[in-house]
Write a protein that binds this ligand. Structure first.
Ligand SMILES: C[S@@+](CC[C@H](N)C(=O)[O-])C[C@H]1O[C@@H](n2cnc3c(N)ncnc32)[C@H](O)[C@@H]1O
Length: 219
């Protein structure tokens, strides 16, 4: 397998949905959209690492007046996103950017909404400490951050089960995309240091997945 993540995701792109279903059934699909209806109406959104475009498609439905910028480093993932939306009546409301999110710059405005699903675990803790505040800078004060990601269940059999799933997943992504993480990165610790207020929370798949909606502190 290639040693940079970018080409790894290019290779994974066409099989991403299949692998997801084999490992998690419909859980990730349900989690991605779980709190979409709690997001207030937005006029602009930045979506980081959307992969094959399924969440993007749902966002176009739940946010009928929203212009969306989708950033992904994988050319192949972006092609699949574009194909997924090729017949969508609001396809022109999406702008695609092939870019490493760690090098994001050059937006001429701040967004109403920032979205990341199963994306934060692509980075090390140190990278998140550096880049999460920068990603949040793209959000206007009072704007919302919609986050879907894995978490380690707190205790008991759920924790054991969760660790087993996470370990299998990390091995898979290390092999395929050269993911540096061996365990789940503590993204909650990073978010706790940011000026965010939790608006809604839903734990899913026996607490293995957390869906969170935050509001950025105004001013
Ligand atoms: C684990 S997949 C998640 C895809 C999708 N959001 C989902 O819900 O399944 C991670 C996505 O983030 C993208 N990605 C990973 N590292 C990135 C980076 N540094 N900059 C931009 N995109 C990145 C990958 O190409 C891939 O599309």
């Amino acid at each position: 397998m290639p040693k940079d993540t970018h080409h790894g995701y290019d290779q994974l792109a066409g099989r991403y949905q299949l692998f997801e279903k084999l490992m998690f059934g419909s859980s990730l699909a349900k989690a991605r959209t779980a709190l979409l209806s709690s997001i207030p109406a937005c006029r602009s959104a930045l979506v980081l690492g959307d992969g094959d475009g399924r969440l993007l498609e749902q966002l176009l439905t739940t946010q009928p007046n929203c212009q969306i910028t989708s950033v992904d480093q994988s050319r192949r993932m972006l092609e699949i996103q574009q194909k997924c939306l090729s017949h969508h009546p609001r396809r022109d409301d999406v702008t695609w950017r092939q870019q490493d999110a760690r090098e994001l710059e050059g937006f001429d405005r701040q967004f109403d909404l920032l979205v990341s699903a199963f994306f934060l675990d692509c980075f090390t803790f140190q990278e998140l400490e550096t880049h999460v505040p920068l990603w949040l800078n793209t959000l206007r004060p009072g704007g919302h951050f919609y986050l879907v990601d894995f978490q380690e269940p707190d205790s008991g059999w759920r924790r054991l089960r969760g660790k087993m799933y996470l370990s299998t997943m990390h091995h898979f992504f290390r092999w395929y995309t050269n993911l540096p993480n061996r365990v789940l990165v503590d993204w909650k610790q990073v978010l706790n240091q940011c000026p965010l207020e939790l608006v809604a929370l839903q734990n899913m798949n026996r607490d293995l997945i957390s869906v969170q909606l935050y509001r950025k502190a105004p001013g």
